[in-house]
Design a protein around this ligand. Structure first.
Ligand code: FAD
Ligand code: NAD
Length: 466
């Protein structure tokens, strides 16, 4: 029997934010496109990442407000958490969005093949199907296989009778853990650790580095550290994880002085990073140039093999959904013959902790290191009417601009709901705004955005509200 064969101009492997956006854009441009997805359309982000985590964070915040006692003169009695309902609300959001991705692909005429792809060569892929393997041949091959959790070799997922888990399981605990130990005070550890603390778990976060969120600048992280302490999240910094104890019901950790501590835990969330998914689908057959553990790409997301492209988490840091999407859109346009390069002025990053953190472009330190003389100024939310009326006076907005011509080269903010300021930060950097441009833009009152304007006014030496 001959193997069923499909030919397509563009074959996209992976239906995450990178792959599905590339496929939609390619189809819009009239390119015959096929997308192969082995697990679920929407990838990590929609199914077990960005979206369900933000839903759980929001639910946890609602519960925390309700159980706060007297909050702004409001006290609620008889508050109950029905976790099964919360999970099904979260799953409903995921289903709505992943269903939407399927509908968009269909609407644009993308052929979707469900199944795990194995590369044969740079133009041929085989996908296991219930009725035998399907061979797909293409002119252009786009690799958007994403990433997977880093496992600690001495603490594999599932160890301790299912106690040791990844973020995927931690988004779907059917009971609030009594004692949750989180390894890693990065994005996932702090986002999910905070959410489960607000839902009632005792949470201890163990971090190898001397501070939480070590990738961010220290000033930005201070309000988050203060909030964790207020919430009662224990943070053990500079501690080394050794493994499970003999009984398998506690995590053994070495403190900075060398002493051993046992942390009893009914769940242990390992959140020590993610790495490109480079194994299990025949990537090695292409012998592509690599950059560390990631597929090496140029400024157009070309790999070292002609007409083989790669985007998103597979191509390494930063592992962010909006970067994957932007790369996917660009690759489709390059294949369609447009002149495009991936050279964003910034890729904003948001950490959905409480309070939230946003960074875009340079910090004062990174700008100086890059050789710019800069001026920077911060405006505190304690002087912003909207922040006070939201009961969220913590945090600030900081702008970084070149000293000579006032070109804005970076933004940082920490505070409640500052994730939404990332749009204004990204836009000002992309448009090449100067301090005067933002300072002279009327920002609606009362909004958190006024802190953006005031930071620029302050950098110019004439802030109005501080
Ligand atoms: P993925 O989303 O990983 O998609 C890859 C897809 O390819 C998967 O569906 C996989 O099944 C499929 N695939 C792989 N190999 C094959 C094969 N051989 N055959 C068929 N299919 C295959 N980022 C943000 O920007 N903001 C956030 O708030 C955020 N929160 C996160 C929270 C958590 C808990 C996690 C884990 C991640 C979070 N991220 C967040 C990161 C974000 O999910 C990723 O950056 C994003 O999903 C990367 O998109 P991608 O398309 O490169 O890969
Ligand atoms: P991360 O890189 O953000 O944090 C990992 C943390 O674990 C670091 O602080 C590191 O010092 C620590 N660590 C590493 N090994 C350790 C060990 N043995 N013991 C104790 N601590 C250890 O990684 P993550 O939180 O797993 O997230 C993975 C990726 O997913 C991130 O890089 C991010 O790009 C993406 N993500 C993004 C968002 C967002 O954009 N809001 C949210 C979640 C995840």
């Amino acid at each position: 029997m001959t193997m069923a064969t499909l030919t397509t101009h563009l074959l996209v492997i992976g239906g995450g934010p990178g792959g599905y956006v590339a496929a939609i854009r390619a189809a819009q441009l009239g390119i015959q496109t096929t997308l192969v997805e082995g697990v679920a359309l929407g990838g990590t982000c929609l199914n077990v990442g960005c979206i369900p985590s933000k839903a759980m964070i929001h639910a946890a915040q609602a519960y925390a407000h309700a159980t706060h006692g007297d909050y702004m003169g409001i006290s609620v009695s008889g508050v109950q958490l029905d976790l099964a309902k919360t999970l099904s609300w979260k799953n409903g959001i995921v289903a709505k969005l992943t269903g939407g991705v399927g509908a968009l692909l269909k609407k644009h005429g993308v052929k979707v093949v469900n199944g795990w792809a194995q590369l044969i060569d740079g133009k041929t892929v085989e996908v296991a199907q219930p009725d035998g393997p399907l061979k797909i041949q293409c002119q252009h091959l786009l690799l958007a296989n994403g990433s997977q959790e880093v496992e600690l070799p001495f603490l594999p997922f599932g160890a301790g009778g299912g106690r040791v888990v990844s973020s995927t399981e931690a988004l779907a605990f059917t009971e609030v853990p009594k004692q949750l130990v989180v390894i890693g005070a990065g994005y996932i550890g702090l986002e999910l650790g905070t959410a489960w603390r607000k839902l009632g778990a005792e949470v201890t976060v163990v971090e190898a580095q001397p501070r939480i969120l070590p990738a961010y600048d220290a000033e930005l992280v201070k309000p988050v550290a203060a909030s964790l302490a207020k919430l009662g999240v224990h943070t053990l910094l500079g501690h080394r994880v050794e493994g499970l104890n003999a009984a398998g019901d506690a995590l053994t950790v070495r403190d900075p002085q060398g002493g051993l501590i046992e942390l009893p835990a009914d769940k242990i969330l390992v959140a020590v990073g993610r790495r490109p998914r480079t194994q299990g689908w025949g990537l090695e057959r292409l012998m592509l140039d690599m950059a560390g553990g990631a597929v090496k790409i140029d400024a157009q997301c070309r790999t070292s093999m002609r007409d083989v492209w790669a985007i998103g988490d597979l191509t390494g840091e930063p592992l962010l959904a909006h970067r994957a999407m932007a790369q996917g859109e660009m690759v489709a346009e390059v294949i369609a013959g447009q002149k495009r390069r991936f050279e964003p002025a910034s890729i904003p990053a948001v950490c959905f902790t409480d309070p939230e953190i946003v960074v875009a472009g340079h910090t004062p330190a990174s700008a100086e290191a890059a050789g710019f003389k800069v001026k920077s100024a911060m405006f505190p939310f304690a002087a912003n009417g909207r922040a006070l009326s939201l009961e969220a006076p913590e945090g600030f907005v900081r702008v970084v601009a070149r000293a000579d011509n006032h070109l804005i080269v970076g933004w940082q903010a920490v505070g409640a709901a500052v994730s939404e300021l990332s749009a204004s930060f990204g836009l000002s950097l992309e448009m090449g705004a100067r301090l005067e441009d933002v300072a002279h833009t009327i920002h609606a009152h009362p909004t958190l955005g006024e802190a953006v304007q005031e930071a620029c006014l302050r950098a110019l030496g004439h802030a109005l509200h501080i």
